[in-house]
Design a protein around this ligand. Structure first.
Ligand SMILES: [Zn+2]
Ligand SMILES: [Zn+2]
Length: 127
């Protein structure tokens, strides 16, 4: 019959003759602890616990809203031709402010109201 002893590091009972002196713990530990397996399992368990969980009340509606918001973030300013003028009517995608835009001089460079950058417009598509 093998004599079992409790590992002082992980409280597991293993045959006494399998204990080895660990250089870091400076004590006799079981084979698992000696190979660092216990440490690995501890870290894994800790990582599991710290996994961010979705906020309470999170449901499909929120998923949908987030998606819509992402879509909206990509929104481009709206340009509309002004009849009889080479200017365009530009509606800022950020503040919805509407202002005259000169596509040939590329002015203004940003929204006069909220300073949002106006992306370069392909003037060829307007001719
Ligand atoms: Zn152990
Ligand atoms: Zn704006």
């Amino acid at each position: 019959m093998t004599i079992k002893a409790k590992c002082r590091n992980c409280d597991k009972e293993v045959p006494a003759d399998q204990f080895k002196l660990h250089y870091k713990y400076k004590m006799m530990v079981c084979p698992d602890c000696f190979r660092g397996k216990t440490q690995l399992q501890k870290e894994k368990a800790k990582a599991e616990q710290e996994k961010p969980s979705k906020p309470a009340g999170w449901d499909m509606d929120d998923e949908y809203l987030q998606k819509v918001k992402r879509e909206r973030d990509k929104e481009q300013p709206q340009f509309q031709k002004v009849p009889g003028s080479e200017h365009l009517q530009c509606t800022c995608c950020n503040c919805k402010y509407s202002f005259k835009y000169d596509p040939f001089r590329k002015r203004p460079r940003s929204c006069p109201f909220c300073n949002e950058d106006i992306p370069k417009l392909n003037t060829y598509s307007l001719l």
